[in-house]
Design a protein around this ligand. Structure first.
Ligand SMILES: Nc1ncnc2c1ncn2[C@@H]1O[C@H](COP(=O)(O)OP(=O)(O)OP(=O)(O)O)[C@@H](O)[C@H]1O
Ligand SMILES: [Mg+2]
Length: 263
C-alpha cells in the first residue's frame, strides 16, 4: 500500500482536485484506490454526496468508536473507494487530544486496512490547516504531495510547508518525503514560468516535472460529480494527471518505506 497525503496549508491550490483525479489516473492503471477525505469541509465527499453515498459512514467514526477503516470505505460508481468526511473531524483534537495516541491512530488504521486490501493505494485529501488530522495524514504517509498554484503567494506557502515538515522530522525520526506539484499553470502567463523557476531554485528535484495546467474541465467535471477521466478521458486535463501518475510511479521507486505505485 502506497499512502500519499495531499496537503498544503494554503487553501484553494487544487489539493482536492488533485486527490480525485490522481486517484482516477491510478485506477486506470488497474490499481485499487481509496480516497480519504480528511477535510472537515468535506469538499471531496460533497462531489459524491448525490450518488448514494452514506454520509453517516465517515472518518470521525474511526476516531470515535474505532470503526475499522475497511468498513468505512464506500465503493463509488466509478470503482474508486471513498472514506467520507464530516464537520465532526474538527473535534478530533478536543475530544481525543493531540498526543501520540491520536496522531498515530491513522497509521495503525491504515496498516489494518492494508492487511485487508494489500493492493490498495491510499490518497489522503487534507484540509489547509496543520492540525491533528493533517498531522496524522503526514505521519501515516509515504509521501507528502504539496500542490502549489502558480502565483507568487504560493511560493511563500511552499516555504512554510517545507519548514513545517522539517520541524516534524525529529519527531518522526526520519525524512518526510515530499514533492511539490505546480498547479493552475498557464503557458500564456509569465508568472507561471517565474514561479516554476523560483520553486526549482528553492526545492530542486523535489519539484515534480509534471504540471497541472488551468483547465475548465477540472471544475466542470467536479461540478457534475465526476473525475476528469469520466468527463473527458482525452482531455488535456486527463493527460496532465496521467503524466503525474507516471512520474509518481518513478518517485515511488525512490521512497524507502513505500510500495511501488504500480507494477
Ligand atoms: N488546474 C485547475 N484548473 C482549473 N480549475 C481548477 C484547477 N485546480 C483546481 N481548480 C478549481 O479551483 C477550485 C479549488 O480547487 P480545490 O478544491 O481542488 O482546491 P483545494 O486546495 O482542495 O481547496 P481547499 O483548501 O478549500 O480544500 C475548485 O473550484 C477547482 O475546480
Ligand atoms: Mg480541498
Amino acid at each position: 500500500m502506497l499512502k500519499i497525503a495531499i496537503f498544503n496549508q494554503k487553501a484553494g491550490v487544487g489539493s482536492t482536485t488533485t486527490a480525485l483525479n490522481l486517484a482516477a489516473a491510478i485506477q486506470r492503471k488497474k490499481r485499487q484506490v481509496a480516497l480519504l477525505d480528511m477535510d472537515p469541509q468535506a469538499r471531496l465527499t460533497e462531489i459524491y454526496k448525490h450518488t448514494g453515498l452514506d454520509t453517516q459512514q465517515h472518518l470521525f467514526k474511526f476516531y470515535q468508536d474505532a470503526t475499522p477503516l475497511d468498513s468505512l470505505c464506500q465503493p463509488l460508481r466509478n470503482g474508486l473507494q471513498l472514506i467520507a468526511a464530516s464537520a465532526e473531524l474538527m473535534k478530533v483534537d478536543s475530544q481525543f487530544g493531540r498526543g501520540p495516541a491520536t496522531l498515530n491512530k491513522l497509521g495503525q488504521g491504515l496498516a489494518t486496512l492494508a492487511a485487508a486490501q494489500p493492493s490498495l493505494q491510499v490518497l489522503m485529501d487534507c484540509c489547509p490547516y496543520l492540525g491533528v488530522i493533517s498531522l496524522s495524514a503526514v505521519f501515516a504517509s509515504d509521501l507528502v504531495l504539496i500542490p502549489v498554484s502558480t502565483d507568487y503567494l504560493s511560493i511563500h506557502s511552499a516555504v512554510k510547508m517545507d519548514k513545517a515538515l522539517n520541524a516534524l522530522q525529529p519527531v518522526l525520526k526520519q525524512k518526510i518525503q515530499r514533492r511539490y506539484l505546480l498547479t493552475r499553470a498557464d503557458k500564456r502567463k509569465a508568472m507561471t514560468a517565474e514561479v516554476e523557476q523560483e520553486m526549482r531554485r528553492l526545492f530542486g528535484n523535489e519539484v515534480l516535472m509534471s504540471k497541472i495546467y488551468e483547465h475548465a474541465a477540472l471544475t466542470e467535471s467536479a461540478r457534475m460529480g465526476q473525475h476528469v477521466f469520466e468527463y473527458d478521458a482525452d482531455s488535456a486535463a486527463a493527460q496532465d494527471y496521467m503524466a503525474l501518475f507516471y512520474e509518481l510511479q518513478d518517485v515511488s521507486k525512490q521512497l524507502p518505506r513505500a510500495e511501488l505505485l504500480a507494477a
